[in-house]
Write a protein that binds this ligand. Structure first.
Ligand code: ADP
Length: 612
């Protein structure tokens, strides 16, 4: 899994519980809000039930007055009818009023000739009267959609006073109730038939709701809440139910659920939107953070792949101050070092190839000469002088070969750390004379003037005579090689404090300043001098460029420096392009106690390159 994926999973892992908690809180808030609204509706229904109950009580009141008459008066029909008339005359919605005895027989009635009570209603009312309880029954005998409320109070000793009231009388108390917006009040009788409906037409009156299961919620309670879609207008409403005293009547206050819960729902949606915005912001933030971490890792990885693929200039981004930028910096530092090392390896590879070809060349050229001269020598009738000349040349070429091979051997000794030199008193004059003598012929061939001045009068130095000769020879050979024909090579020696300095000065092509720091490096070979370069004495020389392309493998100075250091000395050089160079060997003086330590100051001028 990528870093980005992991960080994203971490963010989701953090947000998910937040989301679950948020949803749970929303659900709890929503449920509580719903409960509050439902309770409020229940209270409304309870209030409406009380209003209806009080109205009923008001209807019972005149009946109670009549029922409280003494038995003698209650059995006097003519007297009673006068009382009944007096009551009825003030009550516009009352249809009739009667007194029944215990067997249900009408003792008195007003208006006279009013129809009989339906038998079921009469039985129910008398039954309740026997139990001493006032009662109300719905009388539907008037026809479809019309009903009367038969209310009765018991008479002591049996019987009941019964009044029948037009259902329209209910409008007055029930319409006076203050209700929520678009609320619907419904009154059901004990048979769950609608006897009052505040909004819909009268056609709904008498509608039988006994089959509605939800209504059973009020069966053993005084109040309840149900949600039901109306069969009349198809609107889903939340109904608060309130039982009307002991009558079995039920008042229903219904509000369309869309209206009742609208505000709470909007609030809930508001919370949900805020929650979603928080989740969105958190996720966006997490994404941005994940990106800010993953991006440098990706770029670093890209840089590493590029680098691994061979693009050594590939670098990681390092913006900022955080760990990633520090990682990038460290990567870049390593890449920098590896790039340099790679360049060095490439350079070494180039040098090695160059070395192999130079060595082959250095070996082949003299061998070719020797072979050619040997053939000439085998001819008969060769002049004695020619013969001698050829043999000498062969001898010189053999010496060069031996020197060359010895150089290679020295190189391997130095590399293996096993180069050993002796420390003994060496006569400088003798060394200089012998080397000059052996190089005289080469110098002569190039028409160089090779001389020593003034005659060295210096004390013996502490050195390995053989090695000193080789180092000095190489320096003189270089002077011969890198000085155009007809040049001047001067040797000198002087004593300086605890050292003797042997200098070789030529008026050759000189060394460019940028080559100075690497002059003594292994396999370093100088580039050909520019065309405008002039002889040390200021005259330009046409052969100069050809001379620049001289043989050599770039080992002489490297070996010389190492050998000189082994002997306790060093080599310094000063040079100017086009004017010439001076190489100086610094050697410790020989004393009775052995080698003197060389002092740091000496009489050489110019740039000191090696040995310090
Ligand atoms: P080689 O002579 O085989 O090239 P050296 O180690 O002796 O190797 O010399 C290294 C380089 O130093 C030479 O290639 C040359 O460019 C430069 N050099 C040495 N001596 C002189 C000199 N006297 N004048 C000019 N350049 C010199």
């Amino acid at each position: 899994m990528s870093i980005r994926g992991r960080l994203l999973a971490l963010a989701i892992g953090g947000v998910l519980p937040l989301l679950i908690v948020g949803l749970t809180v929303l659900w709890v808030v929503w449920s509580e809000k719903q409960n509050q609204l439902n309770e409020a509706l229940e209270q409304q229904a309870e209030l409406a039930a009380v209003v209806f109950d009080r109205w009923l009580d008001a209807q019972y009141q005149p009946l109670r007055t009549i029922a409280s008459y003494p038995p003698s008066h209650l059995s006097d029909s003519s007297a009673l009818e006068g009382n009944l008339k007096a009551v009825l005359i003030h009550r516009t919605h009352w249809i009739d009023l009667r007194v029944l005895d215990a067997s249900g027989r009408v003792v008195a009635i007003d208006p006279a000739g009013a129809e009989n009570l339906p038998s079921g209603v009469a039985e129910k009312l008398l039954g309740e009267a026997r139990r001493g309880v006032p009662d109300v029954e719905t009388d539907w005998t008037r026809g479809e959609g019309r009903y009367l409320l038969a209310v009765a109070v018991p008479v002591e000793g049996g019987g009941a006073v019964v009044a029948r009231i037009d259902g329209a009388a209910l409008n007055e108390p029930l319409q006076g109730i203050t209700l929520p917006e678009r609320a619907l009040v419904t009154l059901l009788d004990q048979h769950r038939r609608i006897i009052y409906l505040s909004l819909t037409a009268e056609s709904a009156l008498g509608l039988d709701l006994s089959g509605v299961d939800q209504l059973s919620a009020i069966n053993d309670r005084n109040t309840a809440v149900i949600i039901k879609r109306s069969s009349l207008d198809g609107v889903e409403r939340v109904y608060g139910l309130g039982r009307v005293g002991k009558t079995g009547y039920v008042v229903m206050v219904g509000v369309p659920s869309a209206i009742l819960y609208a505000f709470a729902w909007r609030q809930l949606m508001g919370y949900a939107v805020v929650g979603l915005i928080v989740v969105f912001c958190t996720m966006t933030g997490a994404l941005l953070i994940a990106r800010s971490i993953a991006r440098p890792v990706r770029l670093l990885n890209f840089a590493a792949e590029e680098f691994g693929g061979g693009n050594f200039s590939a670098r990681a981004p390092t913006e900022g101050q955080d760990e990633m930028s520090r990682l990038g910096m460290n990567f870049n530092a390593i890449a920098e070092r590896l790039q340099k090392r790679e360049a060095r390896f490439a350079e070494l590879d180039r040098l090695k190839s160059e070395f192999v070809s130079t060595v082959s060349h250095e070996l082949r050229t003299p061998l070719t000469t020797i072979k050619a001269l040997t053939r000439l020598l085998m001819r008969e009738g060769l002049e004695e002088t020619k013969r001698r000349e050829y043999i000498e040349t062969i001898s010189v070429e053999c010496d060069r070969q031996i020197d060359f091979v010895l150089n290679l051997l020295d190189l391997s000794r130095i590399e293996g750390g096993v180069l050993r030199v002796t420390h003994e008193p060496v006569d400088v004059d003798e060394v200089i004379s012998s080397v000059v003598k052996s190089e005289a012929r080469s110098a002569e061939k190039r028409r160089h003037e090779l001389r020593v001045e003034p005659k060295p009068e210096v004390p013996p130095v502490c050195a390995d005579p053989k090695e000193l000769r080789r180092v000095l020879s190489n320096i003189i050979e270089n002077a011969i090689k890198y000085t155009p024909d007809g040049g001047r090579i001067i040797l000198s020696a002087c004593e300086e404090d605890t050292q003797v300095l042997i200098s070789v000065t030529d008026n050759g092509r000189g060394i460019p300043p940028e080559d100075m720091p690497i002059l003594f490096d292994k396999f370093h070979r100088g580039r050909p001098a520019p065309q405008s370069a002039a002889m040390g004495d200021g005259t330009s020389n046409a052969e100069f460029l050809e001379d620049a392309d001289v043989s050599g493998v770039g080992l002489g100075l490297y070996l010389g420096r190492n050998v000189m250091e082994q002997m306790g000395g060093r080599i310094s050089v000063e040079s100017e392009v086009g004017r010439g160079s001076t190489f100086t060997l610094h050697l410790p003086l020989w004393s009775d106690r052995g080698c003197n330590k060389p002092s740091s100051e000496d009489c050489a001028h110019g740039q000191t390159v090696a040995g310090r």
